[in-house]
Design a protein around this ligand. Sequence first.
Ligand code: BYC
Ligand code: FE
Ligand code: FE
Length: 464
Amino acid sequence: MSGEIPNNVDLDNDAQLKRALSTWHPRFLQWWNEVGPDGFDTSRVYLRTAISASSEGWANYAYVRMPEYRWGIFLAPQLQRKIGFGDHPELDPWQQVPGEYRKELRRIIVTQGDTEPASVEQQRHLGRTAPSLYDLRNLFQINVEEARHLWAMVYLLQRYFGRDGREEAEELLTRRSGHQDHPRLLNAFNAPIRDWVDLFCFAMFADRDGKYQLESLSESGFDPLSRTTRFMLTEEAFHMFVGESGIQRIVQRTADLMRESGRDDIHGLGGIELALLQKYINSWYSESLDLFGGEDSSNAAAYFAAGLKGRYREASASYKDHRALDSAYRLQKPDGTAEEIPMRRAMNAVLRDSYTQDCERGLARWNKELEKRAAGARLYLPAVCFNRKVGAFAGLACDPQGKLLSADEFAARRDEWLPTEQDRARVAELLKPVYEPGKIAGWIAPPARGVNNQPLDFEYVVFN
Ligand code: BYC
Ligand code: FE
Ligand code: FE
């Protein structure tokens, strides 16, 4: 079996891992068939498959039927480094699970692992309404890679955590996004992704949380986690590209329709109105901020102290103090007050701030498209306190500008800021699938270029 599993972890000579995988692999395929992409089992999709951890190993494109995708296990090369932060910055990274941090590590890995299959489940039905074959192929590329990210975490659990690791690996296939009794672990991964505007926002904002969490784990003192996450990050860039460029293409099309017609309400012309897009941004950005956990977190402090999870690019020169024992984080509240949080306890907030800066760069690029087309309106990120369910701002009634409201005021105005059923119905009207090579739906501009230097009218998915 291992001959079929591309890997650089010497799977052939690891009898225990091979045994664990031989039970898990068929269950994984069963999971994929049950809740993976719906309706495209026999289609041939132009996909990239990782066959080695080198850059050439990546440039491997071919038509593949998704159930036959070769999910693999890859570690980035081992680096000469010290743990670098927390209570023992001078130690060499651990090659085995340190007993005193076993519980914490397992929890981090399970949480990370849980998000990957969840996202595949959330995106299950989107293939039916893709705006082009190019977009359809990109959706499926993301889906197979998120499934590979599940493999990456399952490898760590089965290889390093013995029996309970094998049990956790099973449960990663049993929980279901949005399920009443067995939901996924983090909120955003139980929220439905109902349409392509959701999908692009999710890939922009939730996959970007993925980037920041993986970056912080890529400097983990547990070396196998560092090496798996470093390899996963090479795939994450593409997911964020799909999200950011997807919204960018909507903005281009919308702004063109606005300019041609001289009006903002361009739904009747087959476009997605900016005000509607802003609501989706409000929804997914706030949902994704929740993914960072509480601003004041003893879990985050414990992970940092142990050297398991640092800040964004912890080893870089941005931080003078890698112990973070003497400083504090000022958390600005919407009522004008501020709270001082000891730095280690504030690591979720610190990581989230890096994330927000990154999101702002994306918003600026979208707004450039509006500017270029002489549209007056701009898109923006809602305030940090808007629509939060986790942490210091949870349950506060705030408008997207960060102004405190009464609960009644918020309830009365909610529909101005977050998608309503009616908004979703209007989007759904536009989402008719376009499956002809080179053709594209009217609500989105074509991409700037194809995949792997292929032309835009390339047959990215061949139906059977
Ligand atoms: N929803 O100490 P606190 C990705 C819980 S995305 C529900 O404030 P902590 C991807 C928390 O579990 C990246 N519950 O937070 C993207 C705790 O529960 P207990 C995923 C939540 O633990 C797109 C309590 O609240 N990776 O890869 O420091 C597609 C208090 O928690 C939520 C990771 O997240 C929530 N949003 O931080 C595919 C990395 N937030 O103890 C894939 C690993 C918190 O009271 N995870 N809670 O039962 C972590 O590092 C941390 O668990 C978190 C939370 C940053 C998520
Ligand atoms: Fe992922
Ligand atoms: Fe991703």
